[in-house]
Design a protein around this ligand. Structure first.
Ligand code: 1PR
Length: 540
């Protein structure tokens, strides 16, 4: 195969590295993997895509004997691109995992975002770059935002000023790109930043002599932070139809069977093709939910893994996969942990996994005992891959009460009265795709899973699902007001105004829709144009 050159990838085995590989290949380069410490000093150009938790990453580098050659390579100023954790590891150390030493090449430490700023953490989504120095690397970005997902960050100061290429703003300024000689690092993910990100990768990979002599200029809009964009997410509910093919389906209040004819599973298209269309139309993220995952053996679910592998070849925005993320015993009696299942999805190209049923079980156990056992899927995956990789999907159903004293659950006064004029409600969590109700409300669940280490909440609503009448903003406000992790509002979008409404009335960080996009009723571009016109920070 013809290629423009070789890129050496330092993959220490954590998180989704498939997307970086796919992006490099898409740009026409061949890949070599670091397999032994000697491969590092022998490389012409290294990409170090850090995904996961700081301590885990340093541990793997140390065990494999990579630390000394990596330091030598970087100190020599040779071509290097660190991504995300690949930037953070260059610093002296991090507060993450209770304090861990880093490679110590850049002065300063990596610390948590300041909770006093009151912003959701992890910092997830599309933000601006404020370029401090002109560079070939960031020149292609112009006005475009890039994709971040992290819980810790480094603050620029006098000691690391020589290194800082760009900062971004999120409750204060943090380092978003570094450069020293030919050593570069970005806190954001170029491989997840759409066309802008691919251009950044290309600028690093094709540094020709002519390019090196080029004197780039800073973009004219530089220095003005527009803020983290509110995300628009396209969701694909996937399941096998009666013929056994994986199809995108869409329910009405979770019922996915046709109401007329043979009651077949509604088929709205092929998963990879639809996802590809949403990427092209500007979706900020794509979510796949395997809606029958609770009853299948997840690792025998090869079609879904294949969907991810194929989707990640051409889609360069974040991909989330949910459904069946839990431990299970297979047909041969072999036990697989939730962590094994998640790892297989990450290897196949997922950036985040979304947990439904198992999260309710774990939250109930935690609320009963007040103890974190470390055994739940949330805790295990969060420890190994970082909280930002763990989404909890909640499937609540509204329960009306005439008087808050009628239920032990916390209630809210509702503007949409119940069928018998009830003025209060709470939201009951369900499992197994809404088939079974549990005695726990959505707000309690959200708080519990945050305490267990979830990094984001995907907040569905069975009552509004597929109704096109708008999000349940009372539910979203109650949950988003109770946690400090980002909340994705889901279920019920019918018009662009529903998106601006949920962002105006609640602290939601993102809004997700399915039916209106599948049926081509409202294009993603129309939603975004409306949001931007309403003054909501939006990635255009
Ligand atoms: O319990 O960990 O195996 O996860 C199962 C996952 O599958 C959960 O995330 C659960 O929400 C999802 N799920 C299960 N059954 C259904 C169903 O519809 N019968 N789908 C289902 C959830 C809700 C949204 C939907 C929005 C937007 N679908 O994801 O896409 O409501 O729709 P709209 O814009 O058309 O209103 P586990």
């Amino acid at each position: 195969e013809e290629s423009l050159g070789k890129v050496t990838l330092l993959d220490y085995g954590a998180g989704n590295v498939r997307s970086v590989r796919n992006a490099i290949r898409r740009l026409g380069y061949a890949l070599k993997e670091v397999q032994r410490p000697e491969d590092i000093l022998a490389a012409d150009r290294i990409v170090f895509p850090g995904v996961g938790a700081f301590e885990q990453a340093m541990g793997v580098l140390a065990r494999r004997g990579y630390i000394e050659p990596l330091k030598e390579y970087i100190q020599a100023g040779r071509p290097f691109l660190g991504i995300c954790l690949g930037l953070q590891l260059l610093f002296e150390g991090s507060e993450e995992n209770g304090g861990v030493e880093g490679l110590g090449l850049v002065p300063g430490r990596v610390t948590a975002f300041d909770p006093a700023a009151g912003l959701p953490v992890p910092h997830i989504g599309w933000n601006d770059l404020l370029q401090k120095k002109a560079s070939r690397l960031l020149q292609p970005v112009g006005e475009q935002r890039v994709y971040f997902v992290h819980t810790y960050r480094a603050v620029p100061d006098a000691a690391n000023a020589d290194w800082v290429l760009a900062t971004s703003e999120y409750g204060g300024e943090f380092v978003s790109a570094l450069k020293c000689g030919e050593v570069h690092a970005t806190q954001f993910h170029p491989e997840k930043s759409g066309a802008a990100g691919l251009d950044i990768l290309r600028a690093f990979l094709d540094a020709s002599e002519a390019d090196l002599a080029l004197e780039p200029a800073l973009p004219s809009s530089n220095g003005h932070a527009r803020g983290l964009a509110k995300r628009v997410i396209a969701c694909l509910d996937v399941r096998a139809n009666d013929a056994g093919d994986l199809v995108v389906t869409k329910g009405d209040q979770y019922d996915v069977r046709e109401t007329v004819g043979g009651k077949e599973v509604r088929n709205l298209g092929a998963p990879v093709e639809l996802a590809q269309r949403y990427f092209a139309e500007g979706a900020d993220e794509v979510t796949f939910l395997n809606i029958t995952g609770f009853r299948d053996f997840p690792l025998s679910d090869l079609p879904m893994l294949e969907v991810l592998r194929r989707a990640s070849e051409g889609i360069f925005v974040p991909l989330t996969v949910g459904g069946g993320i839990r431990g299970f015993t297979d047909g041969q009696g072999v036990r697989h942990s939730a962590l094994d299942v998640a790892a297989e999805y990450f290897r196949s190209g997922a950036d985040k996994v979304s947990i439904g049923t198992e999260a309710v079980d774990a939250a109930e156990a935690y609320l009963r005992t007040g103890e974190r056992t470390g055994e739940s899927a949330i805790e295990q995956i969060s420890w190994a891959y970082g909280a930002q990789a763990v989404v909890v999907s909640i499937d609540p159903r509204r329960v009306f009460v005439a008087d808050p004293a009628d239920t032990p659950h916390p209630t809210v006064a509702t503007a949409a009265f119940g069928p018998h004029g009830e003025a209060y409600c709470w939201w009951q969590c369900t499992v197994r795709g809404g088939r079974e109700g549990r005695d726990i409300d959505a707000v309690e669940l959200a708080r519990a899973v945050e305490a267990l280490g979830a990094g984001e909440i995907l907040l569905n609503c069975i009552d509004t699902d597929g109704q096109n009448s708008g999000f349940d903003t009372e539910l979203v406000a109650a949950v988003a007001g109770a946690v400090s992790i980002p909340v994705i509002a889901s279920s019920g979008a019918g018009r662009p105004e529903h998106f601006s409404e949920v962002f105006a009335r609640t602290r939601a960080s993102a809004a997700l829709a399915a039916g209106i996009f599948h049926r081509r009723e409202v294009p993603i571009g129309a939603v975004k144009a409306h949001m931007a016109a309403a003054g909501i920070p939006t990635r255009m």
